[in-house]
Design a protein around this ligand. Structure first.
Ligand code: NFS
Length: 679
């Protein structure tokens, strides 16, 4: 592709080539003017190593690193390219699974502390969800206080990490047929930590060398994430902070304010950010900000922390992954408060050009040169207030600011509970209308567009190209993570604003139910909500008896993190067709070995045969769109559903009313019912 050629030639891209987001383009211009580097410019001058990027480098022992680039070449130990690629891949899956799951573990510990009155400022917000989840886990709920139930649930969740044998409990929520398949294949995780540790053991020098066998364990390790650690993280976040429901929010750098103390929370775990939200609304803190000459405190988020507080409290998102540096470049950020994951080390040196304080808070993550204020749940609110005071004290040091005048409104908060409710109404929550719409062909199928942004791809461009086209093709889109923020910035996540850009059948459904055509379902750990929706669609009936039969596809068009590889693997093993855009970590073949495609083949055709889902890496958004539609149509045909035909829809709902306006009563009745209605 043209952009990549440019990158390989180590020429700098213009801001317009680097991003499609006008706010990002403006800030990249300022970075260039001031000679300040960003991930975009570093990606331009740092060409990716094409030996490592395509999986041809093994650095697992001191005899190497070995680069397997010639026909017949192996590592010093004899390791073949397939073994090396499978080992590198599972190590990434293990790291991704570990990151999500450790987040889930911390949430479970917070639940335990809250249940025992040991966590300052927290409470059990969603008792209904606590009871539902506890019951699903076999915990008695009758005549017990929320704290008693939460205490037992927390213990059960904590046990899922260290369990040695059996099956982790949340995995059993999958459709019956899927659970049976996993049992037959021997991939149900025994315990979250056990699978991650075993992945590392198996890839130590001299252990597992059969690529298929290694990838088999990659599946088990990833399921420990999606149907284990991440699912626990989502459950506990909802119990403690409330299950999301639609509300109004805003996204992009334009949410920063010139006359207020701007504090950005960046990272992933909602334990800290929720407390910063609470502290920012404290009258004493607001007064403190006013005394410093500001109009108040303006809180916003970056990355998945943004999604957590956006979908629960409507706190604006300043941007997605690639905007963390750009936010600081505005000169208007008093403090960027980070916890874990997706935090660039470059933040500290970048912030030295401005007054911005980078504040680390997790005992697991420190950045040299940053201020460390360690977060402890026992006095969380006090610490959150201290962090905000630190930011307010820094307001006096602010110099010139350039805040881009770009932001867009959105409606986030589509938890699976809410989708169920909105489709059925309060007395009959149900997925029936969604299934019916798919079965009738009003909705052609469903696409989950998720994951990161990556400076090697024009920022936001794959996300938005794919979303835009699939909506025209009547595909309902659900989103999480940085993908959701990318499309929010383009206005797709706001009911009416996006509806003139979607196909006729999908438009009818959106108008009837009152939803945007793109549903924001949360952060990356909340991809588990998508698993739950797919399971409930299967349970509702009419779309087969397992996830692999549902006309649905998963896409991570601009992936970059190891967490994305874990998500992709558990989705494929759950029955979904998953496409990743950009770099393919199992692509490389030594010269003259074009037929040897074992690892890539195994993840595609091999997994499809076993799990009905598959994983592919593609670097062309239009090819991803083509394959998405092909797959959806193939699944529709397999279910015996009518062929997708957009010409038969778009004549009911609001469109119909507009069309018949001005007709006589009889003619209107004839238009609607085929004949006048006798009175
Ligand atoms: Ni997901 Fe969320 Fe964004 Fe990618 Fe990072 S924030 S956990 S990994 S970059 S989507």
């Amino acid at each position: 592709m043209a952009d990549q050629e440019t990158t390989r030639g180590r020429k700098r891209r213009t801001p317009e080539q680097a991003s499609i987001d006008p706010a990002a383009i403006q800030m990249l211009g300022i970075a260039d003017e001031r000679g300040i580097g960003t991930a975009f410019s570093r990606a331009d001058v740092m060409a990716a190593c094409n030996i490592g990027a395509t999986g041809l480098c093994c650095s697992l022992c001191g005899m190497g690193p070995c680069r397997v680039i010639k026909d017949g070449q192996t590592g010093v130990c004899g390791a073949t390219v397939d073994t090396i690629q499978a080992r590198n891949f599972i190590r990434s899956v293990a790291a991704g699974s570990a990151a999500h799951s450790d987040h889930g573990r911390d949430m479970a510990f917070t639940l335990k502390a809250v249940a025992n009155g040991e966590a300052e400022g927290y409470a059990i917000k969603d008792i209904a969800k606590l009871r539902t989840v506890a019951e699903q886990c076999g915990i008695a709920i009758e005549d017990r206080s929320p704290e008693e139930i939460a205490d037992e649930l927390a213990d059960l969740y904590i046990d899922q990490f260290g369990q040695q044998n059996g099956a982790i409990i949340p995995a059993l929520r999958a459709p019956e047929k899927r659970v049976k398949l996993w049992e037959e294949q021997g991939v149900i995780p025994r315990g979250v930590d056990r699978e991650v540790v075993e992945a590392l053991h198996r890839t130590h020098m001299g252990d597992d060398q059969d690529p298929g066998h290694i990838l088999h364990h990659a599946v088990r390790t990833s399921l420990a994430d999606g149907w284990g650690g991440s699912m626990i993280a989502t459950d506990v976040s909802d119990i403690l902070f409330g299950t999301p429901a639609p509300l109004l929010g805003e996204a992009n750098l334009g949410v920063l304010k010139d006359d207020m103390v701007n504090v950005i929370v960046h990272g992933h775990e909602p334990t800290l950010s929720q407390m910063v939200v609470a502290a920012s609304q404290d009258p004493e803190i607001i007064e403190y900000a006013k005394a410093a000459g500001a109009a108040g405190i303006n809180l916003s988020g970056i990355c998945c922390t943004a999604n957590e507080i956006l979908m629960r409290q409507g706190i604006p998102a300043a941007g997605n992954f690639l905007q963390q540096e750009l936010a600081i470049l505005t000169g208007s950020v008093e403090a960027m408060v980070v916890d874990v994951q997706c935090i660039m080390q470059a933040l500290v040196s970048l912030a030295e050009n401005f007054h911005t304080k980078i504040i680390t808070t997790s005992p697991k993550v420190k950045l040299k040169g940053a201020t460390h204020i360690e977060f402890e749940e026992t006095h969380a609110l006090t610490i959150a207030k201290n962090i905000l005071r630190e930011a307010i004290d820094n307001y006096a040091n602010r110099e010139d600011t350039t805040i881009p005048d770009y932001k867009n409104s959105l409606i986030p908060g589509f938890s699976h509970e809410y989708i169920n409710y909105m489709l059925g109404g309060s007395y009959r929550a149900s997925f029936r209308p969604l299934n019916d719409a798919i079965m009738a062909g009003r909705i052609r199928g469903v696409a989950a567009i998720v994951g990161c942004t990556n400076p090697r791809i024009q920022h936001d461009s794959y996300h938005t190209t794919i979303t835009e086209e699939l909506l025209k093709q009547d595909v309902l889109v659900v989103e999480t993570g940085c993908a959701a923020i990318a499309n929010a910035k383009l206005g797709f996540l706001l009911g009416d604003a996006g509806l003139d850009r979607v196909g006729p059948g999908l438009q009818e459904v959106c108008e009837t139910v009152g939803i945007p055509p793109v549903l924001h379902m949360g952060s990356c750990v909340d991809n588990t909500r998508i698993l739950t929706v797919l399971t409930q669609m299967v349970d509702e009936g009419g779309l087969g008896d397992d996830i692999d039969q549902v006309p649905a596809v998963g896409l991570a068009p601009e992936w970059m993190s190891e967490k994305a590889l874990s998500i992709a693997t558990y989705c494929a093993a759950s029955g979904a067709y998953v496409m990743m855009g950009g770099a393919n970590p199992v692509e490389g073949r030594p010269d003259k070995m074009p037929d040897s495609v074992e690892v890539a083949d195994y993840m595609s055709a091999g997994w499809e045969e076993i799990y009905g889902g598959k994983l592919e890496f593609l670097d062309d958004p239009w090819e991803m769109i083509r394959r998405t539609l092909d797959h959806i149509d193939k699944k529709r045909a397999a279910l015996g559903l009518p062929e997708y035909d957009p010409t038969i829809f778009g004549k009911s709902g609001d469109a119909r009313l507009i069309e018949i306006e001005g007709l006589s009563l009889e003619d209107r009745q004839a238009a609607i019912y085929g004949q006048p209605v006798a009175t």
